[in-house]
Design a binder for this molecule. Sequence first.
Ligand SMILES: *[C@@H]1O[C@H](CO)[C@@H](O)[C@H](O)[C@H]1NC(C)=O
Ligand SMILES: *[C@@H]1O[C@H](CO)[C@@H](O)[C@H](O)[C@H]1NC(C)=O
Ligand SMILES: *[C@@H]1O[C@H](CO)[C@@H](O)[C@H](O)[C@H]1NC(C)=O
Ligand SMILES: *[C@@H]1O[C@H](CO)[C@@H](O)[C@H](O)[C@H]1NC(C)=O
Ligand SMILES: *[C@@H]1O[C@H](CO)[C@@H](O)[C@H](O)[C@H]1NC(C)=O
Ligand SMILES: *[C@@H]1O[C@H](CO)[C@@H](O)[C@H](O)[C@H]1NC(C)=O
Ligand SMILES: *[C@@H]1O[C@H](CO)[C@@H](O)[C@H](O)[C@H]1NC(C)=O
Ligand SMILES: *[C@@H]1O[C@H](CO)[C@@H](O)[C@H](O)[C@H]1NC(C)=O
Ligand SMILES: *[C@@H]1O[C@H](CO)[C@@H](O)[C@H](O)[C@H]1NC(C)=O
Length: 444
Amino acid sequence: MHLVISVCLATFTGFSRAASAPSQLYSPLVAQKLLTTAQSVPNNPIQYPQYTSSDNGQWQYFPADYWTTGFLPASCYAMYTRFNSLCPNSSAANEFLELGRSLSTGEVPLEAYTTVGHDVGFLSFPFVDEAAVDKSNQTATTAVNTFATLLADRFNPIVGCTRSWDTSDPTNFQVIIDNMMNLQVLFDSEALTGNTTLRNIAMSHADKTMQNHVRPDGSSYHLVEYNSTTGAVIWRGTVQGYADNSTWTRGQAWGIYGFANSLCHDLDLIVAVYRNTQQTRYLDTSRQMASFYISQIPSDGIVPWDFNAPLDPPRPADSSAAMIATVGLLMLSQQEASLSPSNTSGAEYWNNAAIKLLSDNTEFAWKPEWQSLLSNGTVNNRDSPPNNLTGITYGDYYFVEAGNQLISMGLASCSSSNSTSPAPSSSQSPHHTSGAVRARRLWW
Ligand SMILES: *[C@@H]1O[C@H](CO)[C@@H](O)[C@H](O)[C@H]1NC(C)=O
Ligand SMILES: *[C@@H]1O[C@H](CO)[C@@H](O)[C@H](O)[C@H]1NC(C)=O
Ligand SMILES: *[C@@H]1O[C@H](CO)[C@@H](O)[C@H](O)[C@H]1NC(C)=O
Ligand SMILES: *[C@@H]1O[C@H](CO)[C@@H](O)[C@H](O)[C@H]1NC(C)=O
Ligand SMILES: *[C@@H]1O[C@H](CO)[C@@H](O)[C@H](O)[C@H]1NC(C)=O
Ligand SMILES: *[C@@H]1O[C@H](CO)[C@@H](O)[C@H](O)[C@H]1NC(C)=O
Ligand SMILES: *[C@@H]1O[C@H](CO)[C@@H](O)[C@H](O)[C@H]1NC(C)=O
Ligand SMILES: *[C@@H]1O[C@H](CO)[C@@H](O)[C@H](O)[C@H]1NC(C)=O
Ligand SMILES: *[C@@H]1O[C@H](CO)[C@@H](O)[C@H](O)[C@H]1NC(C)=O
């Protein structure tokens, strides 16, 4: 079956720009550091960077079978997209494409055996990217489909979810909010194979997460435990957050992004209803989670690792949570813009919130002297010892994605790198007509 790149949303570029994207987004250091990192991963066997030491900003490397492995190759593909279509530079584009390809080879064996459980969705990112570049690449499409099958195999119809973590008592069925991110591989594989069961599984999971993880005020639990034989919720709380009733900022960010993303696919299915009512449950959930997120950001703009963590001793920031939320807000904005009639004010509200969040958190986390692009990430403040004040591979990835999205939405330009001149308006500069830009996961 041929690859259907189903564009469920046309990219809307008619936004006006109130605030400026931070100049660091397009600094030459971004390409330089990513190239150096990608060219110097340990080989035989290959290892991937996950986070930097908080002392000297040097990457710490981990074996391939780890949930964060896909982010460096996916960052290379994101830089390929940037230099191929957004800020054309063919030699840089080719360099990053080759690195994305060579770095993903270390993940291929994971199709046969991986211990990452639900996180196969994250592992699939570079293969989805490759399939978008070269749909005839069987290695890439097979990887996407295999990872999707592995996730589908974790679906329990009584619970209505895919299982996140394995447990010693198999009737204790654990689902974390992060798992919303992994549904994408099911949608991607459906696009490749036409297997609609995959979409149904993803939507069932999203519906249950909406019901049981999201609190009435739009905040979220990190973990919900279900009984696998009855489907009943048996416990709600946290693993990485400050407290069971608190809101872990990265989990909340995964939710904003995950629901805005699920909506994209839901649209195809309920297009008639959607056009009539302009309402969907996923749009509302993403809005609610986004509103909560924005309402909890302290006046200094710095996103802490948990919104409810005490101020004394000073709570570490999590720049990765801020970057994920930024891209989630931009996706939500695209959803508002593609309503009919377009919800321009809603879209601009989220754009401005996204740019402010990105600027405020880039300002203190941008770290030229470290190997990572950003610092001030919190990997897990509940580890012993707590792992905070680091650069993180997914923080860097969503920073690059934010840069790409802002350009493709007409909210920044490549030349805005360290310049205060406004981006050209989209009418003067149509960034892309259909097919020119595929912001992969956002518009599949
Ligand atoms: C932008 O330019 C200013 C002044 O020339 C410089 O101090 C700053 O480091 C530059 N920022 C980036 C991200 O290159
Ligand atoms: C294009 O990218 C290459 C690195 O691959 C760099 O050396 C060159 O300066 C870039 N060209 C432009 C016009 O930015
Ligand atoms: C096909 O995709 C795989 C995995 O993404 C990559 O390693 C390989 O280099 C690609 N092959 C070609 C010929 O581009
Ligand atoms: C569709 O995917 C589901 C879940 O992996 C699988 O059980 C089913 O066999 C697939 N259907 C086809 C026709 O391949
Ligand atoms: C789930 O329910 C079954 C049947 O009531 C019970 O035997 C089992 O202990 C429960 N498991 C958990 C983790 O609560
Ligand atoms: C969580 O529960 C504790 C103890 O009951 C309470 O002091 C705290 O205010 C609650 N936090 C939130 C965010 O509801
Ligand atoms: C537009 O978006 C805002 C922000 O999500 C929302 O509050 C408002 O209800 C939306 N308006 C319409 C007509 O959908
Ligand atoms: C960011 O991290 C540095 C250490 O790398 C620390 O000194 C600084 O206080 C942190 N900034 C914030 C806003 O947390
Ligand atoms: C940050 O991590 C350090 C090192 O593990 C730890 O000692 C410290 O308590 C953590 N900070 C906070 C406020 O939790």
